[in-house]
Design a protein around this ligand. Structure first.
Ligand code: ADP
Ligand code: ADP
Length: 226
């Protein structure tokens, strides 16, 4: 019952004067509705892996299968959260959250209902018509999570989503994410280099360690969920 199958993935970037091997021999299977944390030092290829899974970039070789289908173009079944919320400052919070629904031409009446429901779930009820720059960093990131979920994707990719936040906000958002995961049932890939965060949130931690020659060795740790 796997959601994501990563097979023999290689990625080489062409750079001035040569090439950088970012991923080599990466194999990984992620179950449906599983919450995995991808842990590893800066430069080990975590973002590259997420970008390939979301089809923002192509692998040099190997493939990614999502629900048994090879992903060749960005899929509407994926929501992405980056380190920075990057909300459009000229749109209010609600209209920022609705952006994917507009792009995907979804039924806007339904999307608006869902946006209100998601914003309520993360404690942003009453802030729908506010401008992003009136909100704290933590609140902006909450809105970014709602934006990633508004089109109801089955998979959520998160690239160090809480790294720019202070410790307390980070913890709050972690627990909110777990609550969302409990209610919404998503496959979550959560990139972090915060070990306690990975252990607290995920039910499996996948540690990528760079080796000479940049082979990413994946060490999997299964964690009992409290
Ligand atoms: P991480 O997210 O774990 O920090 P990255 O996937 O960003 O790792 O990077 C892996 C390696 O690939 C690094 O050596 C990085 O410098 C290189 N890299 C990442 N993106 C690019 C790019 N667009 N062009 C060239 N090299 C890149
Ligand atoms: P992260 O660790 O989150 O990947 P980075 O600071 O490594 O962040 O990368 C930030 C951006 O710079 C990314 O878009 C990445 O693709 C790009 N990048 C990283 N390394 C290189 C590189 N050696 N050459 C060109 N672009 C790079």
């Amino acid at each position: 019952n796997s959601k994501v199958r990563i097979e023999d993935l290689h990625k080489t970037y062409l750079v001035k004067g040569g090439r950088t091997v970012a991923l080599q021999d990466v194999n990984l299977t992620i179950g449906k509705d599983e919450f995995i944390a991808l842990l590893g030092p800066s430069g080990c290829g975590k973002s590259t892996l997420l970008r390939i899974i979301s089809a923002l970039i192509k692998p040099s070789s190997g493939k990614v299968l999502i629900s048994d289908e090879q992903i060749l173009a960005p899929s509407r079944d994926i929501g992405i959260v980056f380190q920075q919320a990057v909300l459009l400052p000229w749109r209010n919070i609600l209209d920022n959250v609705l952006l994917p629904a507009e792009i995907l031409r979804l039924d806007m009446k339904k999307a608006r209902e869902r946006a209100y429901q998601l914003l309520k779930m993360v404690g942003l009820e009453g802030f729908e018509k506010r401008s992003p720059n009136e909100l704290s960093g933590g609140m902006q990131q909450r809105a970014a999570i709602c934006r990633a979920l508004v089109h109801n994707p089955s998979m959520l990719l998160m690239d160090e989503p809480f790294a720019a936040l202070d410790a307390m906000t980070r913890e709050e958002l972690g627990f909110e994410l777990l609550r969302i995961w409990d209610i919404e049932k998503k496959t979550i890939i959560f990139v972090t280099h915060n070990i306690p965060e990975a252990i607290l949130l995920a039910d499996r931690v996948v540690a990528m360690s760079p080796r000479p020659g940049r082979i990413s060795e994946i060490i999997e740790i299964d964690l009992p969920r409290p």
